[in-house]
Ligand binder design. Structure first.
Ligand code: MTE
Ligand code: MO
Length: 450
C-alpha cells in the first residue's frame, strides 16, 4: 500500500527523488485489488500446469505468436491514402455492426438499426455505428441545393444556404440522442437478447453548428409571443415537431452540420439536422428545411398520434419529450459469456436529459447491495457518461444492474416503480433499471425483476 498520505490530482507527478509515479491512495488500493485478483487467477493456472506437466510453465512458453516473426514484422506494409482517401476499420472488427432488431417486425426496408453498445468504449459513438431511425428512408441530399427557411412570427421570412450557415461562428458540443422508443420492447418483457437491442437506440456525438436562436434573431423572430417553433424535415416522412422556445433561448438547440469532426452522415441528416439536447430523438429533425415560429404547440401527426404515452387511467400523455435519467451495463451484458471466474471490469453508460450524471451505483446481487461506480471523465451535461466498477466473479449466479442519479437528484426507477406510474401499455420513455443474469456457466441473459 501507499504511504497513507492522500495525494491530490493530478495523479501522476515526479517525486523529488527522481522519476517515480505516485497514485492517490484510492487508486493505489484499487490497483492492489486488481493485482491480487489477477495473481489469484495466475496461481490457479500455474497450479494446473504443474499438475499436468510436473513443473510450473512460464507464461507464453511455446506460443508460436511469440516465437515466430509474422509477415507484418518483416515485409513492407501498405501505402497511404488507400480506400478512396477515407480510413476503414480493421478487417477483424467487421462483426461490430449496427443491426435491425430481432424483436421487431422485419420489413424489406428496415427503418431502425441499433448501435452495438456492447462493443463501444468511452462516450462517443463512431458515426458509422450511430443508430438510425428513418420514417421514410434516408437520402444523400445535394448540399448546394438544400435550403433552410425561417418563417412564421418573424419580421421577414429568411432563407439560408449551407455555405451561409457555415460562415457563422460555430459551436461544438457533445450530446446524446435517444429515440423515445429505446428499450420499448422491454415494457412487454419481450427480453431481446443483447444490450444492442434493449438500449441501442442511444448514441453520442460531438455536434457542430449554429445556435438556432442566432438564426431566429437574424430573421427578426417575435421572441416574446413566439413561444414555440415547428421544425420540418425535407424527407418524404413530413416529419414535424414542436420545440418550446425556452429550450431555444437557452442557446442549446443547434442547427448542426457537423458530427464527430466531419459533416453529418446522410443517415443522420446530411446536410442539416436539429440538435435538441436532452429531448427524445424524434425532435432532432433531420434534413432540416424549415423552422416556423408560432405561439402554440402544433399537435402534428408525430405529436398527436405518435409519440404519446398511454397511462393506466386510459389517458394519453402528450409532449413528453425529455429523456429522463437512465443507465445500462454494457459489459457483462446479454449474449456475452464470462469464460472463467475472476476479475472483470463492469462497464456501462449513463445519461440524463436534465443535465449531468452525478452518481451511478452497480449491484451484482439483483439490487440488494449497491456499489458506487467510477464515473470516467469527461462527465458532460446531456451526454453519455461512462462508468466502470471492479468485480471479481465467484462463479455463482449473479444479477448485474446499474442505477443512475442525475444532477437534479432524479434516481433511475425499478420496473416496479415505473409501472406503478406508467402502467404496462406504454411504448416510449422506458428508463427502468436493466438486469443481466450471469449463469453459473458464464452465459449472460436479459431478465426482468418484478
Ligand atoms: N426528417 C426526419 N427527421 C428525423 C427522423 C426522420 O425519419 N426524418 N426520425 C426521427 C427519429 S424518430 C429519431 S429517433 C432520430 C434518429 O436519428 P438518427 O437516425 O440520426 O439516429 O431522428 C429523428 N429525425
Ligand atoms: Mo425515434
Amino acid at each position: 500500500m501507499n504511504s497513507g498520505r492522500l495525494i491530490p490530482a493530478p495523479e501522476h507527478f515526479l517525486s523529488p527523488g527522481g522519476i517515480k509515479t505516485v497514485f492517490s491512495e484510492a487508486r493505489q488500493g484499487r490497483r492492489d485489488f486488481i493485482r491480487q485478483a489477477f495473481a489469484a487467477a495466475a496461481v490457479g493456472a500455474a497450479a494446473q500446469g504443474a499438475v499436468a506437466q510436473g513443473k510450473p510453465v512460464p507464461a507464453g512458453a511455446g506460443d508460436p505468436n511469440i516465437l515466430n516473426l509474422p509477415e507484418h514484422s518483416v515485409a513492407l506494409g501498405q501505402g497511404v491514402a488507400q480506400n478512396d482517401g477515407y480510413g476503414k476499420r480493421s478487417l477483424f472488427e467487421a462483426a461490430v455492426q449496427r443491426r435491425p432488431s430481432p424483436g421487431l417486425t422485419q420489413t424489406a426496408q428496415a427503418s431502425v438499426s441499433f448501435a452495438p453498445l456492447q462493443s463501444l468504449f468511452g462516450i462517443v459513438t463512431p458515426s458509422g455505428l450511430h443508430f438510425e431511425r428513418h420514417h421514410q428512408g434516408w437520402w444523400d441530399i445535394d448540399p448546394s441545393k438544400h435550403r433552410l427557411m425561417i418563417n412564421g412570427m418573424v419580421k421577414a421570412a429568411k432563407v439560408f444556404r449551407l455555405d451561409e450557415l457555415m460562415r457563422m461562428a460555430p459551436v461544438s458540443r457533445f450530446h446524446f440522442i435517444e429515440c423515445g422508443a429505446n428499450t420499448a420492447v422491454e415494457w412487454g418483457n419481450v427480453a431481446v437478447p443483447t444490450v444492442q437491442y434493449t438500449h441501442g437506440m442511444v448514441s453520442c456525438s460531438e455536434f457542430t453548428g449554429v445556435p438556432l436562436i442566432t438564426l431566429l434573431e437574424l430573421a427578426g423572430a417575435d421572441l416574446k409571443n413566439g413561444r414555440f417553433v415547428l421544425a420540418e424535415g425535407a424527407d418524404g416522412s413530413a416529419l414535424t415537431r414542436t420545440i418550446p422556445m425556452h429550450l431555444i433561448k437557452s442557446g442549446e438547440v443547434l442547427v448542426a452540420y457537423g458530427q464527430n469532426g466531419e459533416m453529418l452522415r446522410p443517415e443522420n441528416g446530411y446536410p442539416l439536422r436539429l440538435v435538441v439536447p436532452g429531448v427524445q430523438g424524434v425532435s432532432w429533425v433531420k434534413y432540416l428545411r424549415r423552422i416556423e415560429v408560432g405561439d402554440m404547440p402544433y399537435a402534428s401527426k408525430d405529436e398527436a398520434i405518435q409519440y404519446i404515452d398511454l397511462l393506466p387511467s386510459g389517458q394519453h400523455r402528450q409532449y413528453t419529450s425529455l429523456q429522463e435519467c437512465k443507465s445500462v451495463v454494457t459489459t457483462p451484458s446479454g449474449g456475452q459469456v464470462l469464460l472463467d471466474k475472476g476479475f472483470y471490469n463492469v462497464t456501462g453508460l449513463a445519461w440524463s436529459g436534465k443535465g449531468k450524471i452525478k452518481k451511478v451505483d452497480v449491484s451484482v446481487d439483483g439490487g440488494r447491495n449497491w456499489h458506487g461506480a467510477r464515473l470516467e471523465s469527461p462527465v458532460l451535461s446531456k451526454a453519455l457518461t461512462r462508468f466502470n466498477l471492479d468485480w471479481v466473479w465467484d462463479g455463482k449466479p449473479a444479477i448485474i444492474q446499474s442505477r443512475a442519479m442525475d444532477s437534479t437528484g432524479f434516481v433511475q426507477p425499478t420496473y416496479r416503480q415505473l409501472r406503478a406510474v406508467r402502467g404496462t401499455r406504454s411504448v416510449y420513455h422506458n428508463n427502468a433499471i436493466q438486469s443481466w443474469l450471469v449463469r453459473e456457466n458464464g452465459e449472460v441473459k436479459n431478465v426482468q425483476l418484478s
